[in-house]
Design a protein around this ligand. Structure first.
Ligand SMILES: *Cc1c(COP(=O)(O)O)cnc(C)c1O
Length: 398
């Protein structure tokens, strides 16, 4: 079975827009022979830190690396415990789990689908080191409540802001609300650096230094803090004047390239307008889809901005007979619209069943797993595509 009229603009799920500015940035970097982390990375980091209102930012290969390096920087090790939500991409929980830590999941709120701060304290143990809230779908978590419980117990808050670049909580940008913020510039995210990329933000200079060191093999070059030092400028501790590279520890290579950072700089300048377009499309969906029995639309709490990385809706099959599976299948095959399923709770995955979890342990996240779908939303959607999506949902559930 296939659609008579596949709408290609609704089948694609990612919406990074590259224009002449990005083309120019790529060309300029190519003419500088496209180095690895160099001056464009430094500029991108400075601009990103300024945008988020933090002291330090470091660009990395992807959001997974950002989360992982945050855990490395915090010294997470086997036996430690980290609290997060089951309703997220696996990278959020994998960051600490791959370092040997145990993950304690906490159920989500039924209106925002973000981690429920009221349920966090009951999960804190003497081994707990960090809380990783995810600003799911682009709406910031209740950060006051999360930071308060973290401070009371001496825990680090690591923001997974991969969905929420540019969103704010009580006037402050995501990435500036905890000990460290993690961003992704994957092709599907609200801004992209040629398909992959990531950023870490923090106000803590010691944490930043550890993150920066482990990102690039824990290297220190004597005489200067960057790797671009000339032989003449370098004086070793023993007074010798030759180039010598030391390693504080064994680390990793999660460096971004300059060509990605040059594109990232131009994307950052467009971010607010791309996010505004997402917010406008979300308002169109909310207007066009309200009043359909058995379709619950996203709620935005008043004290935060929602940058609509995704547009989640909940289906109530008892009202119209259409289950999540039916909806996803029929939207694709009858209307040519690819609907997302962000997310199947991590507790349902083989990876976390091996670690003692199972479906049924987190009722609200389980409900999302059974009933929540995400409609395509990105700045490349045309007005015609938006209308077509709205009328298709009416027809299917009507
Ligand atoms: C995309 C994403 C990540 C990982 O980012 P990558 O750049 O794909 O590695 C982590 N957490 C969440 C919530 C994400 O959506």
């Amino acid at each position: 079975m296939s659609s008579p009229k596949i709408r290609h603009d609704l089948v694609i799920q990612f919406g990074n827009i590259y224009g002449p500015e990005e083309e120019q940035a790529v060309l300029d970097t190519l003419r500088r022979h496209a180095p690895t982390s160099g001056e464009s990375c430094a500029q991108f980091e400075q601009a990103f830190a300024d945008y988020c209102g933090v002291q330090h930012a470091r660009c990395v290969t992807n959001g997974t690396a950002a989360l992982f390096l945050s855990m490395v920087g915090l010294g997470i090790k086997p036996g430690d415990r980290v609290i997060t939500t089951p309703l997220t991409w696996i990278a959020t929980a994998a960051a600490a789990a791959t370092l040997g830590a145990d993950i304690d999941f906490v159920d989500v709120e039924p209106d925002t689908w973000n981690i429920n701060p009221q349920l966090i304290e009951a999960k804190i143990t003497p081994q707990t080191r960090a809380i990783v809230p995810v600003h799911l779908y682009g709406q910031p978590c209740d950060m006051d409540a999360i930071v308060k419980v973290a401070e009371k117990h001496g825990l680090a808050v690591v923001e997974d802001a991969c969905h929420a670049v540019g969103a704010s909580w009580r006037g402050r940008k995501t990435g500036s609300l905890g000990a460290v913020g993690c961003f992704s510039f994957h092709e599907q995210k609200n801004m992209s650096t040629l398909g992959e990329g990531g950023m870490i933000t923090t106000n803590d200079p010691d944490l930043f230094e550890r993150i920066a060191l482990y990102r690039s093999h824990c290297t220190r070059v004597y005489g200067k803090s960057t790797k671009y030092c000339s032989l003449d400028e370098t004086v070793l501790p023993m007074g010798k004047r030759f180039w010598w590279q030391d390693f504080d520890d064994v680390g990793y290579n999660f460096r971004m390239t300059d060509i990605q950072a040059a594109v990232g700089l131009t994307q950052l300048r467009k971010l607010d307008s791309m996010n505004r377009r997402r917010i406008v499309i979300a308002a169109r969906y909310t207007e066009g889809l309200s009043g359909i029995p058995g379709l619950r639309l996203p709620q935005v709490r008043p004290d935060r901005t929602h940058v609509f990385h995704l547009y989640p809706v909940v289906l109530e099959p008892e009202k119209h007979g259409v289950t999540k599976e039916d909806f996803v299948y029929r939207m694709l095959h009858e209307y040519g619209i690819r609907v997302g399923t962000h997310y199947i709770p991590l507790t349902w995955s083989t990876a976390f069943r091996k670690r003692g979890y199972a479906p049924g342990q987190f009722p609200v996240a389980d409900t999302a797993g059974e009933r929540l779908v995400t409609l395509p939303i990105h700045p490349r959607l045309t007005e015609e595509a938006i209308d077509y999506l709205i009328s298709s949902v009416h027809e299917l559930l009507g």
